[in-house]
Design a protein around this ligand. Structure first.
Ligand SMILES: N[C@@H](CCC(=O)N[C@@H](CS)C(=O)NCC(=O)O)C(=O)O
Length: 204
C-alpha cells in the first residue's frame, strides 16, 4: 500500500488529481468508486463526490481545487503551480478557483439539469441547461482571453492548465476555441497528463 489513495471514476474530475500525482511521481493506489452514495464512501466525503484523496498519515481531502493546492503545498518541487510569491502563482490559483467554482458547476448543471430544479417539467430542465451553456460560453471566453500562451500563465504548464483541458473536454464549443484547443494540445504532450487522460477515458 502506498501513502496516497485516489478515489476516482472514469470521465470525472478525478482525472486532474491523477495527473497531479503522476506529475509529482509519487506512488498511489487508485480505487474506482462504483457508487458515490455508498456508506463507506460517504464516510470519506459526505458530499458523495469524487475526487477524494486519502493520505496514509490520516487526512482525507475532497474538492478538486483543494486537493491540488494541498499537493502543491506538500510537493512544491513538483511545480504543480508556479513558486509562491511569484505573480504566476497568484494567477494560476485564481484561475484554478475560477474554474472550480464557476465552470465545473455549470458543466454539472448542463449535463444534469434535472438535479438543479424542483420543477419536474422538461422545460424547466431545458432552461437550466440553456443557461448553463451560456454561462460556460462566457466563462470559457474569459479563460481563453487570459491565456498568455501557450499556457495560461506563460511558457510553463501548471496544474491549472490541466484543469482547463479537463473541463474543455466536457464541452465541445470550448474544445473548439482556438486558444483552448492549442492549450489542450500542449497539455497532452506531457506524458504524466496523457496517462491520466487515457486512464480516465478522456478525449473520446
Ligand atoms: N466541487 C467538486 C465537484 C465534484 C463532482 O461534482 N464530482 C462528480 C463527478 S465529475 C461526482 O462525483 N458526482 C457524483 C457521481 O458521479 O456519482 C470538486 O471540485 O471536486
Amino acid at each position: 500500500m502506498s501513502g496516497y489513495t485516489l478515489y476516482w471514476k472514469p470521465g470525472s474530475g478525478s482525472m486532474v488529481v491523477e495527473a497531479a500525482l503522476r506529475m509529482i511521481g509519487v506512488a498511489f493506489d487508485a480505487v474506482e468508486v462504483d457508487d458515490t452514495a455508498d456508506t463507506a464512501f460517504l464516510a470519506l466525503n459526505p458530499a458523495g463526490k469524487v475526487p477524494v484523496l486519502k493520505l496514509a498519515c490520516g487526512p482525507v481531502i475532497a474538492e478538486s481545487a483543494a486537493i491540488l493546492i494541498s499537493l502543491d503545498d506538500m510537493f512544491p518541487e513538483a511545480r504543480l503551480l508556479p513558486p509562491r510569491g511569484r505573480s504566476g502563482h497568484v494567477k494560476a490559483v485564481q484561475w484554478l478557483i475560477f474554474m472550480a467554482t464557476n465552470i465545473y458547476p455549470a458543466c454539472l448543471r448542463y449535463y444534469y439539469p434535472e438535479r438543479h430544479t424542483t420543477d419536474p417539467a422538461p422545460e424547466a430542465a431545458e432552461a437550466i441547461r440553456s443557461q448553463a451553456a451560456l454561462d460556460m460560453d462566457r466563462d470559457f471566453a474569459r479563460l481563453a482571453a487570459a491565456v498568455q500562451g501557450p499556457f495560461l500563465t506563460g511558457q510553463t504548464m501548471t496544474i491549472t492548465d490541466v484543469y482547463a483541458a479537463m473541463l474543455a473536454d466536457w464541452y465541445d464549443s470550448a474544445k473548439n476555441t482556438p486558444e483552448i484547443k492549442a492549450l489542450v494540445g500542449r497539455v497532452l504532450e506531457n506524458p504524466a497528463v496523457a496517462e491520466a487522460w487515457r486512464h480516465h477515458g478522456f478525449g473520446a
